[in-house]
Design a protein around this ligand. Structure first.
Ligand SMILES: *Cc1c(COP(=O)(O)O)cnc(C)c1O
Length: 411
């Protein structure tokens, strides 16, 4: 990353999120290159890391944005993503969100039920607009990933069955206020197998051919996100192989390919830096207690996710004697850990640890649990550090409570 993490820890304090913007750019270009054989749009899945400067960085390279709330749409617009590259997805959109999305003229709304389609039609009618829509198909494919991030099975809440999708397209085609321009699927996250992607793409491509036959012309073929990354020793899918499988499945279809990577672009470009507070032993078990906690990075607690943890220590003779330790935070939950049985040298107060692969679903899942302010975020670009979000203060945390009418408390 070309910077000294110790200097940054001094300058910004810990816990601290660091993002390598050059790394993000490299991954984006690699994916763009893989899809260069066909009209394509890479719409960054904002929920992975929604910092305005991260979105802006990607937008400057031409990326669009895949958003799952109107808040994310607003972030994308204010970070400079072109509106015709913004997609609004998600199973539950409020009328206000639909209205604002339609008024802002984004590329399309991704619909996940017939009921939602009817709401969008009503809102579009009231605005005197035609809503560009796509429909999320649930191809009933097991993506072979963690159940919490598997989305493409009928037992998951996402999308609609093929037959329902077909019915919806026919309805939308006839409606004066709906314009079905796209089709969408997203079978899960952290995908490491090509077969489920191939199967899902074939199923959806077949549907597109059937729709063509009845004069419904799909222009955007959105394969979702989900491309997996290496956290530990996973074998991942090279972008070229990913693109080839998709091209093969949609052969002969004149569509713009859309893909929505989140984790792939951000996960391994981000690091969470934390300082050691204490070491302790309970009946022979070693614990290293650090100043970051599950409120900063919840993935180990939520998914039992693995994150590599690296000790930044001078190589004195002592540091060679590594023994297993649980790396834990200060929160009052036994689930508050970053790693179990991590081989670490003896650690002392203020030693630094770097938690790797923390760029996606790290900060965006952070909370104020235990009244802990959220960490600062720093971008590294060309070896120079830039603050992209200040550390949250106690005052920030209580501001909305104090903003309420408190006269009833004083009586
Ligand atoms: C979460 C999500 C993505 C991104 O998933 P990653 O695994 O981070 O690539 C893309 N599309 C949709 C609809 C999503 O919900």
């Amino acid at each position: 990353m070309n910077v000294d993490p110790k200097v940054l820890a001094e300058k910004y304090d810990t816990p601290l999120y660091l993002y390598d913007f050059d790394d993000i750019a490299m991954r984006y270009e690699e994916l763009k290159e893989a899809f260069a054989g066909q009209k394509s749009l890479i719409s960054y899945a904002v929920k992975a890391n929604s910092n305005l400067f991260v979105i802006r960085h990607l937008a400057q390279m031409g990326a669009g944005a895949d958003c799952v709330s109107i808040g994310e749409v607003r972030r994308a617009l204010s970070a400079g993503v072109e509106r015709y590259k913004i997609i609004f997805s998600g199973v539950g959109k409020r009328d206000e969100e639909i209205r604002e999305a339609l008024e802002s003229g984004i590329l399309m709304l991704n619909l996940e039920s017939e009921a939602e389609m009817k709401r969008v039609e009503l809102v579009a009618e009231a605005l005197g607009l035609e809503a560009r829509i796509s429909i999320r198909v649930n191809p009933n494919i097991n993506p072979q990933t963690h159940p919490y991030i598997s989305t493409g099975l009928h037992e998951n809440k996402f999308g609609v069955e093929i037959d329902v999708a077909k019915r919806m397209y026919i309805y939308a085609k006839r409606s004066a206020h709906l314009n079905p321009v796209g089709i969408h699927f997203h079978i899960g996250s952290q995908l490491t197998e090509l077969d489920p992607i191939r199967e899902a793409t074939l199923i959806v491509a077949d549907l597109v051919r059937n729709l063509r036959a009845i004069d419904i012309d799909i222009k955007f073929f959105d394969v979702g996100g989900g491309l997996g990354v290496v956290y530990e020793n996973e074998t991942t899918i090279p972008p070229k192989a990913y693109a080839e499988v998709i091209y093969e499945a949609i052969k002969g279809l004149d569509v713009t390919l859309v893909c929505e990577p989140g984790r792939y672009l951000l996960a391994n470009a981000g690091y969470l830096m934390t300082r050691v507070l204490y070491e302790k032993e309970n009946a022979g078990k070693r614990f290293v207690i650090v100043d970051a906690a599950m409120n900063d990075l919840i993935r180990p607690s939520l998914y039992d996710a693995y994150h590599r943890i690296e000790a930044l220590k001078e190589a004195d003779g002592n540091s060679e004697k590594r023994t297993p330790a649980d790396v834990v935070g200060p929160i009052c939950e036994s689930g508050d850990f970053f790693g179990k049985d991590v081989d670490l040298p003896p650690m002392t107060h203020d030693d630094l640890l770097v938690i790797h692969s923390a760029g996606a679903y790290g900060f965006t899942m952070a909370s104020n649990y235990n009244t802990r302010g959220r960490a600062a975020e720093v971008a590294i670009l060309d070896g120079i550090d830039h603050c992209i979000r200040k550390r949250e203060s106690f005052e920030d945390q209580v501001a909305l409570e104090l903003a309420c009418d408190s006269s009833w408390q004083e009586k």
